[in-house]
Design a binder for this molecule. Sequence first.
Ligand code: AMP
Ligand code: ZN
Length: 664
Amino acid sequence: MTTEEKIRQLREELNHHNYLYYVLDKPEISDYDFDMKLKELQELEEQYPEYEDPNSPTRRVGGAVTKSFETVVHQYRMYSLSNSYSQEELEDWEKRVKKLVDGKLQYVCELKYDGASISLTYENGKLKRAVTRGDGFQGDDVTNNIKTIRSIPLKLKGDYPEKFDIRGEIILPYEGFAKMNAERVEAGEEPYANPRNTASGSLKLQDSAEVARRPLDCLLYSIVTEKIPAKTHFETLEKARSWGFKVPAEAELKDNIGEVLDYINYWDIHRHDLPYETDGVVVKVNDLHQQDELGYTAKSPRWAIAYKFKAEQEATKLKKITYQVGRTGAITPVANLEPVQLAGTIVKRASLHNADQIAKLDIREGDTVFVEKGGEIIPKIVGVDFTKRDPDTPETKYAENCPECGTELIRKEGEAQHYCPNYNGCPPQIIGRIQHYISRKAMDIEGLGGETVALLVNANLIENYADLYTLKKEDILPLERMAEKSAENLINGIEKSKEIPFERTLFALGIRYVGETVAKKLAKHYKSIDALMAASEEDLLAIDEIGESIARSVREFFSSEENREIIRRLKDYGVQLEIDAELLANHTDKLAGNTFVISGVFEKVSRNELKKMIEENGGKVSGSISGKTDYLVAGENMGPSKLAKAEKLGTNIISEDEFLKMLS
Ligand code: AMP
Ligand code: ZN
């Protein structure tokens, strides 16, 4: 077998196993075997870049960064759907349809998946482009991000048309959403509000590798092309399924509105058993010819209508309002409810958001309130049943003091949230900050968990994260459930955190509004904590994407004498508070403004090293040669097509040695 054949075979196998796993949910090989095959393909592609393919399964891991998304005009407009909420409205729709077409009518009922709509263009069986709905006429090209979604076929099988668009919904199943949020909470970040917004936000992320890490899925529901190879909508769904698309099996054919209503009533209850969110049923005229006759209004097809499920709502009694203190001191009011069954779970608590929300709804203890569960994981209170209120019920007076430490709460101008300002003395803030410091995306201290942090604080062994570095095995052994071995692991884990690079240490400090990305930006700009501490608010504001609240929060953090003392101590213990000097020494901007393509095999340095060197010296690496390529670094066994293209475009072709000379 030639290398080319081997590569092709691996791609086919991997595509097939992807399909079995992500579309059919019936894997035939272990994850390990899959990873091995993927690795083998990756290595071959690295070694033989002349066989590169933008639709290779290796592209699923992402990596391409899109700075700004290109606007693309939809060849076929993406319409909305008209909505209905009752049996009468559905029957009215049927009457209108019957006036406009002759013959027997059949309907396809599908679930209305709640996510972000997408239009995929395929040419010759290959995914060409993916575009968001936008305003229906034009959307954003998000192809790089979409390619990371494993259930979307990059290559089709069967008797697909040469060119067509297929529409679907990008969704985030509950389970993956919950997992993502658990990780965010662990890292001290705000959890995402609901799966729909998170799915839709994911499409517009600049870094496709980040998209690849999100467990997104895509459910397809409509083919649009000049010549559809079918007579009915239901057949097109079956066709799409046969070409490798994920088309949910819940779609059903119905002969009349009565049957449609049965379908709706069934799914109104059973939708809670589905792994993803739905917000209604879409009813479509099955016959494509009849669809044509019916056509479109200014906004939506006449041949389809959505039936929206009512948001699940229950009335229950609000027993008490309590207040929670977060690690930044932010106060969240919580409604403690008489337990009530809602959307398949028992609800006992709901968030009340902030003081304004309570005032707006005039919520009082003892009220009967309406609780709703939309896409949000945490149910919310949407209103009060005033007819049930005892006239003597006093108005809610928002907490004035911190429930944990008694300090008077403050509320800054223009902010919705109240805060406990007792930064260094309020237990949940102290514990929360240290928990954030040790979390996975921050210092990633192995052997130390959130509960142990609470134990350590409560035993007065630590008061802040700098104290972690003074801990001795003897101190912690007496703690509950602390064995010799785990004590040792804990001390080792703390010791190892001294190797964590500056940008992550900066994130770990838990400065309000300084998340991972901002921390990276600040570390790169200032290079050391000393420089950052010396920066004025104006200095900070001059940096791209650093706004007023971040700048103010950074200034505030470093103007506290207590924080400065903690930083001094961290420095003494050897925690990384500046960018590694060695790393810095290798960085120049010698190659700034130049784009390189690397091809072939090299003698002195590996392809990865080459890539790193280019990037560290300000250059850009691209996968394929175009008019924008400045240099082609050519190694042994370079692909003939690449060479020809470079020659044709007049690209500078340089050897490994010539490249190294550019840097010396
Ligand atoms: P709306 O956004 O309320 O106008 O509803 C129209 C949207 O519903 C479409 O743009 C699709 O993204 C979405 N949708 C979800 N499931 C389906 C489905 N089975 N058929 C058609 N559209 C659907
Ligand atoms: Zn407090």
